[in-house]
Design a protein around this ligand. Structure first.
Ligand SMILES: *Cc1c(COP(=O)(O)O)cnc(C)c1O
Length: 387
């Protein structure tokens, strides 16, 4: 029976060691090591850095959701991205999107560059000309997010994959913002999908996790070798939390997206807000493209206020919505990118991306929409009173 994505979030087809006892919740195999029946024999598990049944169940689930053949679970999103960077050697070159989660370029510049990997940063959403011009014979990968963080720029995944493959390079897509429920880059030609599982997959702001998902067997084998060797794996209990979070991925994403659309429309009517950037709005330049390559627009929205003096007042005044970095949880979180997620991005890159000191990012949660609106209304009233 072939299952739809909502059911795949909950039921994994295939062998299930828990089936023997009829357990509905997959067991947490809280063990570091596994005993062998005899010399040369194995239960299939040797040591939890290499593999653990709970983590394996999660990896199979995420691979199925992304329509890959294998997913490797890591302790954090950054650990997954680091492992992917270990696929490359000194002298290799990577073309990256300019507007990425701030920790990713920090990893590129402080860890990968000293190791001899070079990077060129371009705006992928402008079409392929800038990207094509940045590619040279040593280019081994293109690295994107779509929509980007926090400017919500949309890149054509199919075109990026064609361009990468024409030059023998890999396309790597960080799919954290939409989750596999709304977008599957591997089916559009991408070679590697990375996730911060901390966000929508976990969904509850209670654990960190990361994934690298692939469809090519050789790439999967190499990533497993790297994962086993560097040891930044996801612990069994955290793997179980992710399995539990993923069960409600579809309903959480649906509600959060509905709330985000309503808030984006409402924010446009507010005098305190000069710009709302949400790809679900028909005027967003990536709207039509996202309709083709994704099943929805997600629940991340960015807005700009009139005056940077409004920012501290607003961040202090919100009550239901919390001022925190991170995204993708049931709770709505408001982030100030230039001092939080993007604090280490050089000012010239921020300026080129249009990421100003008046920009706020809202991860819309699954609360009641009227409560969210009321909270922002009272926070805007505090802004009006203060300025
Ligand atoms: C949070 C995030 C990361 C990093 O993941 P961690 O789990 O925090 O290590 C990478 N990419 C994106 C898009 C993110 O939002």
């Amino acid at each position: 029976m072939s299952l739809s994505i909502e059911s795949r979030c909950i039921h994994l087809e295939g062998d299930d060691p828990a089936a023997r006892y009829g357990a509905i919740s997959f067991p947490i195999y809280q063990t570091a090591t596994f005993a062998h029946p005899a010399l040369g024999e194995s239960t299939g598990y040797d040591y939890s850095r290499v593999q653990n049944p709970t983590r394996q169940q999660l990896e199979k689930t995420v691979a199925a959701l992304e329509q890959g053949t294998d997913a490797v679970a890591f302790s954090t999103g950054m650990a997954a991205i680091l492992a992917v960077m270990e696929l490359f050697a000194p002298g290799d070159h990577i073309v990256t999107e300019a507007d990425l989660y701030g920790g990713t370029p920090r990893l590129f510049h402080t860890v990968s560059e000293p190791r001899g990997i070079t990077f060129t940063t371009v705006n992928f959403s402008d079409g392929t000309a800038q990207v094509a011009a940045a590619i040279h014979p040593e280019t081994k990968a293109l690295y994107i997010e779509t929509p980007t963080n926090p400017m919500m720029r949309v890149t054509d995944i199919r075109k990026a994959a064609e361009l990468a493959h024409a030059h023998g390079a890999l396309l790597i897509v960080d799919n954290t913002f939409l989750s596999p429920y709304l977008q599957n880059p591997l089916t559009l030609g991408a070679d590697i999908v990375v996730h911060s599982g901390t966000k929508y997959l976990s969904g509850h702001n209670d654990t960190l996790a990361g994934f690298a998902v692939v469809k090519d067997a050789a790439l999967a084998a190499r990533l497993r070798e790297i994962s086993k060797t560097i040891g930044a794996n996801l612990a069994p209990f955290d793997a179980w939390l992710l399995l539990r979070g993923i069960q409600t991925l579809a309903v959480r994403m649906d509600r959060a997206e509905e709330n985000a659309m309503a808030l984006a429309q409402w924010l446009k009517t507010r005098p305190e807000v000069t710009r709302v950037i949400y790809p679900g709005l028909p005027e967003h330049p990536g709207h039509a493209l996202m309709k083709q390559q994704a099943r929805g627009f997600g629940a991340m929205l960015t807005f700009e206020v009139r005056d940077k003096r409004e920012v501290p007042v607003l961040l202090k005044a919100v009550r239901l919505i919390r001022f925190a970095e991170s995204l993708g949880g049931t709770e709505s979180l408001l982030t100030y990118p230039i001092t939080q997620t993007h604090a280490d991005v050089p000012p010239e890159v921020l300026a080129a991306n249009g990421l100003t000191d008046r920009i706020l990012r809202l991860s819309v949660g699954i609360e009641n929409i009227n409560d969210l609106r009321t909270d922002l209304e009272q926070a805007f009233a505090a802004v009006q009173a203060a300025l």
